[in-house]
Design a binder for this molecule. Sequence first.
Ligand code: LLP
Length: 425
Amino acid sequence: MSETAKRYIDEYFGQTDITELVRTYGSPLYVYQEALLRRRCREMQQLVQGVPFAAHYSVKANTNLELLRIARDEGLHADAMSPGEILALEAAGYDADAIFFIPNNISRDELRFAADRGILISVDSLDQLDLLGSVQPGGRVSLRLNLGIGAGHHEKVITAGDDTKFGITEAQLDQAQAIARQYQLTITGLNQHIGSLFMEPAPYLAAAERLLSAARCFPDLEMIDFGGGFGIPYHKMAGEARLDLAALGSRLSEMAKRFASTWPRPLMFMTEPGRYIAAEAGLLIGTVHAVKQNGPRIYVGTDIGFNVLARPMLYDAWHDLLVIRRGRLLPQTGLETVTVTGNICESGDQIAADRPLPELRCDDLVVVLDAGAYGYSMSSNYNQRLRPAEVLLPESGRPRLIRRRDTYDDLLRGMLFPVESDPAD
Ligand code: LLP
């Protein structure tokens, strides 16, 4: 593992001095590598061959405008979950026809927000279809289906099957068609998302097969979207294998080609990768501020609270950790089992529980790998803490700040105190 870790740090940082980065931009700090981001974009762009295909970056994974710009530059389209994500995409230069809106349980105003912009909207319940019909009679719509196959790294992120809030089920398809007719909506798209993070192609392909067979009942289809969920190896220091994207892609291409050859009109196929695009390009660096023994455990206290990286706390998610001391990677020798914590006032505030790591000391830097997806985008100001800066390591040139750290003014902005003007008055 020492060799793997050393290669990883050398390849990721190149000539960039990690300690200097933290000195310049503060700790904790999110860092993104442009070359890796572009590589993942290209892999996803090439996933399906032989039919019209667009990979839509699911921007909830990371909404930094610079990352959105790079993904667009690589030719990706995008899927958005909220008006805020649509605004971010517009700011990064995406046209309406490169955006697919896939919301859940939204208001009339939010539907109108996307409809007024000419963005294709997916609805995932009969009530939302009815609402969209009243907002945009005679318009086009995509239906998000839940055809019973789910997958994901944690029950909280499995988004199809019996036990989730998502999607229109097979049993509701006739009703959906009736509502669409009532408002003269044309169902031009079908989409699904089975959940987040699968490492084997099988569930995704089985679900894709089901979607294609449901598609036969929708004669006006112009688009079929198989969803996201493509996993990345979070245990890469232990040699975890990558998802076999080539195998998945060639099976998916075969299925899509077969279907398209029987379809009487042009058909666009889509996917919605989020994590696969952004996770590995990003990492998070924090600083050790205290080490102590409490009861049976050694606690390493850092500034990476769960307000900065929520995944371990929310899903018991694993992130590989590496330790840098005075600019050098510590070798994986003399390991001791420690629990790495943050600076938030809850006992669950842990980045890693009972993890074998080199003996840590104050001022060591902890590097959290694969933090580019659902890292910053799920961060918060809990405990009135500042969200960190984000820095890009460009393909050439010096590191560049792409989001400044919060300021203490940011934390107070928006609170009406002392009471001066209430917008409701
Ligand atoms: N499409 C839809 C409709 C989604 O809801 C999602 C993710 C995606 C695509 C992208 O999924 P991906 O390719 O990134 O797996 N916070 C969790 C993951 C939540 C995913 C939510 N939806 C985590 O940190 O693991």
